[in-house]
Design a protein around this ligand. Structure first.
Ligand code: NAG
Length: 268
């Protein structure tokens, strides 16, 4: 995704002289500034944009690991996927790492190393499906005062539990948060992504259009172009996402409006 965005910003937009510098012919070499994080979100540049997202540490693409508090062992997709889940690993590595596909603020698909999704088998919990359906959807329920303590509610309405180190099932109805509870896990978030996909998916279809529009309207403005021009720069470089080509109706979760913002920049 990012790779495409880079290609596109070369193709679509490279440099153009600010209208405030149009008194002179284009002078080479250009002195330009890169306007990153405006039309393509780069989370590290303004992390606070993500602050309104519920469960903002569980964004799409995050890598997580689950330690059973009862067994003190990690949940593991045996063989990296294609068969059952077990809970017998002492230390977490690839097979014990699950990639979140975020459905909404608390519902997720869990993708294992071999790219299958965790779901419900006849006997026990398995990672065999190549496409995530209802059966591969889990609610991550967090403890209010200790958000890294979680339980996983399966699509059948029951919680995952570690019956033994080699049998993980989705049939638990208890609700305690004790260490000895077979449905309680400590979640470790070991890798996160913070891009345009994560911010739009994270806010969801109702809030994301408002948040992104407010960002586009305020992050770079005509005043900035005046300032850039007044300080001797003659060009700007504006990274855009590949989805701008389908604006105003880009594929979900991206939201429309960035093309209008870009159009505005051409008139500044
Ligand atoms: C989140 O997705 C789940 C599963 O599709 C659904 O049951 C639930 O109502 C959704 N919650 C919200 C807040 O949209």
């Amino acid at each position: 995704m990012v790779y495409l965005a880079f290609l596109l910003f070369f193709n679509l937009i490279s440099c153009f002289p600010s209208s405030h510098a149009q008194n002179t012919d284009l002078k080479l070499p250009l002195r330009a500034v890169n306007l990153g994080n405006w039309l393509v979100t780069e989370g590290w540049m303004k992390p606070s944009r993500f602050d309104g997202i519920i469960n903002k540490d569980l964004l799409d693409g995050a890598h997580v690991q689950f330690l059973s508090t009862k067994l003190n062992k990690y949940l593991c997709a045996e063989n990296g996927g294609g068969t059952v889940l077990v809970a017998n690993r002492i230390s977490p590595s690839d097979w014990e790492t699950f990639r979140l596909w975020r459905v909404n603020e608390s519902y997720f698909h869990l993708r294992v190393l071999n790219k299958q999704f965790v779901g419900l088998g006849n006997q026990g919990v398995k990672a065999v499906s190549n496409t995530p359906t209802h059966s591969e959807t889990f609610q991550i329920v967090r403890k209010d005062d200790a958000p890294n303590r979680v339980r996983l509610k399966a699509s059948n309405g029951f919680f995952l539990q570690v019956q033994s180190e080699t049998l993980v099932t989705a049939d638990y109805t208890g609700s305690s948060w004790d260490d000895s509870d077979p449905s309680v896990f400590n979640i470790a978030i070991v890798n996160t992504l913070q891009g345009e996909y994560q911010i739009t998916n994270g806010y969801g279809p109702v809030k994301a259009p408002q948040v992104m529009q407010a960002h586009w309207d305020s992050y770079i403005t005509e005043q900035d172009f005046k300032f850039i021009s007044a300080n001797g720069l003659s060009a700007v470089r504006i990274p855009v996402g590949w989805w701008i080509a389908q604006d105003p109706n880009p594929p979900k979760p991206f939201v429309g409006g960035s093309l209008k913002a870009l159009d505005n920049a051409f008139t500044w």
